[in-house]
Design a protein around this ligand. Sequence first.
Ligand code: ADP
Ligand code: MG
Length: 159
Amino acid sequence: MEKTYKWRLDNAGKTRDFAAALAAMLAPGDFLSLEGDLGAGKTTFTQGLAQGLGIKGAVNSPTFTIMKEYAGRLPLYHFDVYRVGEDIESVGADEYFYGDGVCVVEWASLIEAWLPQDRLTIMLGRGDENDVRFIALSPQGKRYVELCEEFERNAGFGD
Ligand code: ADP
Ligand code: MG
C-alpha cells in the first residue's frame, strides 16, 4: 500500500483553493477518482480544479448528463457516474479516461472495474463541524506518488 496524504479543509473556499493548487501540477492524461458521500464536496473540489485550470464559467454536477467537458490550460472531463454505474461501458468513457485532458470522476468506485489502474483517488469526508472536510489523497502508480510528493512539498497546504 502506498502512503495516504491527508489534510483538513476548514470551508468550501479552502477545498476550492486546495483543488486549484493541485490543478497547477496536473498533466495531460491525469485521472482523478473522487469519493465521498453526497454533499462531501466532490463537485466543490472539481470547481476548484476548473478554476486552477483557467476554466471560466460555472461547473455544476453532471449527474444527469454523466459527463461535461470544459476547455482550459488542459481539457477537463468531469464525470458523475452515480446514475450510470456499470453501464459506463455504453457511454464510451474510455476515450476520456485514456485521453489527453484531465479526467475527474465523482463516485468512481461504482465503476471500479473500468478505472485506469494508475490513478489518484481523492476521498472527501465530513467532520463534526459543519464546514469542515477531511481530504485524503491516495496514489496508485509512480506518476501519482510523485504528484502527491510534489504537492505535499510545494502546494503550501501544510497540515
Ligand atoms: P458532492 O459533489 O460531494 O455531492 P457538493 O460539492 O455538491 O458535494 O456539495 C458540498 C456542499 O458542502 C456545498 O454546498 C459546499 O458549499 C458545502 N461545504 C461546506 N464546507 C465545505 C468544505 N470544507 N469543502 C467542500 N464543500 C463544503
Ligand atoms: Mg457532486
